[in-house]
Design a protein around this ligand. Structure first.
Ligand code: SF4
Length: 429
């Protein structure tokens, strides 16, 4: 059967894996980042709620009969089937069912949703038994792709011990950790390198959970990094995303010795109160100590912050500004709290009256003339501030200022659109 995989904008790792599985099962598979398909069936990989509102994606799905949607948007299949005229949605992990799905449709399969007589039928998902899989489908131009500097983020394990209210990972993959074998990961990276891929990042929420068995498996983590580094070279390997309470000297030393030598901590806020509200499970002190430890070992530290979380006061935000100043991070990513369907933050956001969310409040402070919402103003202020607090700050040129401003405004606009969509499917998110 001829199956086209469409992964709009970027090749997602999940779409490459499904492509490899379909190919192994004897299907003729192609993959593209463009909205085009000529196959008997189309798998559409969507990672963001906003993609459901993209008129080009809506039109593309409407133009085809056999479009199956997969990816993180499957957390709320009612929303997907309400916005897109798709034949079915994969709920959760699709490896076990993807071949049957394209061959005979969704009926009787686990982990799918589809419409029947106007009603959405859902079947409970079944987690895959083993994460080891055949070599993914590797498109010719994967080496041209850049996602935060890497050609591709590969998956070494699934699940997270954390329970952060804003994050989809524990809801999508669960809170117990399942890991691939090192041999399976190595074979994949060797093949990617042979096909021209140079820069690989290890994803999975928190890299050091690889091989976790009731405690961090440092040996497995170090061995995995050492093996991949020997294939790619340390300059081409990164393992950016880390929880501050899942690193120690051994883990950070391995990151320094076998990768580009960066970590990216999810710091989120400088407010103890908001960290608790986010159920982050760590304190500001934990954040501070992990940053210091990483720096002392020669690891460069980036951090991500979330502003505009429901209930965040100006005082909480000032504490975040102070924390960013003290931390002197090498890189910073700031985002406005996005209520992703299926997360506690989505229900929390819907439960709060709109005028209590700072995304809908007019900013009346120093940046009043910019006509931003309070959430956008905090995002913009923190980006500017963190930039000036870097160990080697860049000059805030007009271009940089305008880039930050556009980013903050764009995030605000996009998240308000997401909230409007959530309201429409209130009982399902
Ligand atoms: S630690 Fe990271 S991956 Fe885990 S739940 Fe929190 S944000 Fe998600």
């Amino acid at each position: 059967m001829k199956v086209d995989i469409v992964s709009p904008g970027i090749y997602t790792y999940g779409s490459l894996v499904l492509g490899g599985i379909l190919k192994e099962k004897g299907h003729a598979v192609s993959i593209t980042r463009k909205l085009e398909s000529h196959g008997n069936a189309t798998l559409l990989s969507l990672f963001s709620t906003l993609q459901l509102l993209d008129p080009k994606i809506i039109k593309f799905v409407a133009s085809r009969e056999d479009v199956y949607v997969g990816g993180p948007v499957g957390m709320c299949p009612e929303m997907v089937l309400g916005e897109l005229d798709a034949k079915a949605v994969v709920i959760g992990e699709g490896e076990e069912i993807v071949s049957d799905l394209v061959m005979r449709g969704p009926e009787d399969l686990p982990g799918v949703a589809y419409k029947q007589d106007g009603k959405v039928i859902k079947t409970p998902p079944q987690p895959v038994v083993s994460l080891d899989h055949t070599v993914p489908l590797i498109p010719e131009d994967l080496s041209q792709q850049s996602v935060r500097g890497a050609n591709i983020y590969i998956e070494t394990h699934r699940g997270c011990l954390g329970n952060c209210t804003f994050c989809q990972v524990p809801r999508f993959f669960g809170r117990s950790i399942r890991s691939r074998s090192i041999e399976n990961i190595v074979a994949e990276v060797q093949e990617m390198k042979r096909r021209g891929v140079r820069r690989v990042a290890v994803s999975g929420g928190t890299g050091s959970l690889f091989g976790y068995r009731s405690s961090i498996n440092r040996d497995a983590f170090v061995e995995m990094l050492r093996s991949l580094s020997s294939i790619l070279g340390k300059r081409n390997l990164s393992v950016p995303d880390m929880r501050v309470d899942l690193v120690d000297e051994e883990v950070l030393s391995a990151i320094r010795d076998y990768t580009i030598g960066w970590v990216f901590f999810g710091l989120e806020t400088g407010s103890e109160r908001i960290l608790r509200a986010m159920r982050k499970g760590v304190s500001v002190k934990d954040n501070r100590e992990a940053i210091q430890l990483a720096k002392s070992l020669g690891v460069r530290v980036g951090g991500s912050f979330i502003v505009g979380y429901p209930g965040e006061s100006r005082q909480d935000f000032e504490e975040t500004m102070d924390f960013a100043e003290e931390a002197m991070l090498d890189d910073v990513f700031v985002s406005i709290a996005e209520p992703i369907p299926g997360t506690p933050l989505a229900s929390q956001t819907l439960a709060v009256p709109e005028d209590e969310l700072c995304l809908y409040q007019e900013h009346c402070g120093d940046a009043k003339a910019l006509r931003l919402s309070e959430a956008e103003a905090r995002c913009f202020e923190l980006m500017l501030h963190a930039e000036s607090c870097k160990p080697v700050p860049r000059a805030i040129t007009n271009d940089l200022y305008n880039t930050f401003l556009a980013e903050a405004k764009g995030q605000g606009r996009d998240i308000r659109r997401v909230i409007e969509l959530l309201k429409k499917y209130r009982e399902h998110v």
